[in-house]
Design a protein around this ligand. Structure first.
Ligand code: IPE
Ligand code: IPE
Ligand code: MG
Length: 244
């Protein structure tokens, strides 16, 4: 068996988990004189391409920020348009995702969603639950602060019920009570559209994620841009607070 070249042997592993803040649909539409919802519609095509690219790049977990807990502040027509696109995406893509080994999960506040969307999500999760090629988590009506507050409340209930001592509360206990329990933390977070902030996305889980900000607007983001971000990620040195 031939020896791998030194560079190959040392090549850092690709990210297991990529999380993406899909931003810039509105500006993409505005630049073309189109309504914002057409930007969101175009963004759906990018989602399909990126999910496919993750399989090619052997990324195991992809988390997409689709709608934040603050996005409910947007005009009713925009919110309704986004929810319609979500319905369309699930109905159109579910069979294909299932056949390709994608496991779908949703994180976020389901109580604010329309009952038919909650049902569609539950059905998609049930249908794909045994798939292992790629776990696609959709953050919908999601806020990182809400998620931590809910976890704290659940832990407090366990303490109040005498099932847990305050001294037993560790980072691991908190993690187990987050909606992302069982999913490794993101290695890489990508945000498109040039904004450089997390906007309440995975606040706990991104403690040591590498962040890459890309100027392109989400509808213009391509599989090649994802591959380039993975290469940049592989060049970075992750230290986790250690000195070497
Ligand atoms: C991201 O695009 C999609 C959602 C937040 C739902 P935006 O709608 O935020 O687009 P910009 O930032 O206004 O361009
Ligand atoms: C973050 O984008 C949420 C999603 C991409 C779903 P926003 O466009 O809502 O974030 P801000 O308002 O620019 O921080
Ligand atoms: Mg935005």
């Amino acid at each position: 068996m031939s020896q791998p070249a030194a560079s190959q042997a040392l090549a850092p592993s690709p990210p297991r988990h990529v999380a993406i803040i899909m931003d810039g649909n509105g500006r993409w539409a505005k630049a073309r004189g189109l309504p914002r919802n057409l930007g969101h519609r175009q963004g759906i095509d990018t989602v399909r391409d990126i999910v496919r690219a993750c399989r090619t790049l052997r990324i195991e977990y992809l988390t997409l920020y689709a709608f934040s807990s603050e996005n409910w502040k947007r005009p009713e027509t925009e919110v309704a348009g986004l929810m319609d696109l979500l319905r369309l995406f699930i109905r159109r893509e579910l069979d294909d995702l299932w056949r390709n080994g994608v496991c779908i999960r949703m994180i976020g506040d389901r109580t604010k969603l329309a009952p038919d969307i909650v049902q569609l999500i539950a059905d998609s999760e049930a249908k794909t639950r045994d798939n292992r090629t790629l776990t696609l988590t959709i953050a919908l009506s999601y806020g990182g602060q809400d998620e931590i507050v809910t976890a704290a409340r659940r832990i407090a209930e366990q303490v109040a019920a005498g099932k847990l001592q305050p001294s037993e509360i560790t980072a691991q206990v908190l993690e187990n009570n987050l909606e992302t329990a069982g999913i490794p933390d993101p290695d890489l977070v990508i945000r498109t559209s040039g904004e450089q902030r997390l906007s309440n996305f995975l606040l706990w889980q991104t403690a040591y994620s590498e962040l890459i900000f890309i100027d392109k607007l989400w509808p213009d983001f391509s599989a090649q841009d994802l591959a380039d971000a993975v290469i940049e990620f592989q060049r970075r040195e992750r230290r986790y607070g250690a000195s070497e």
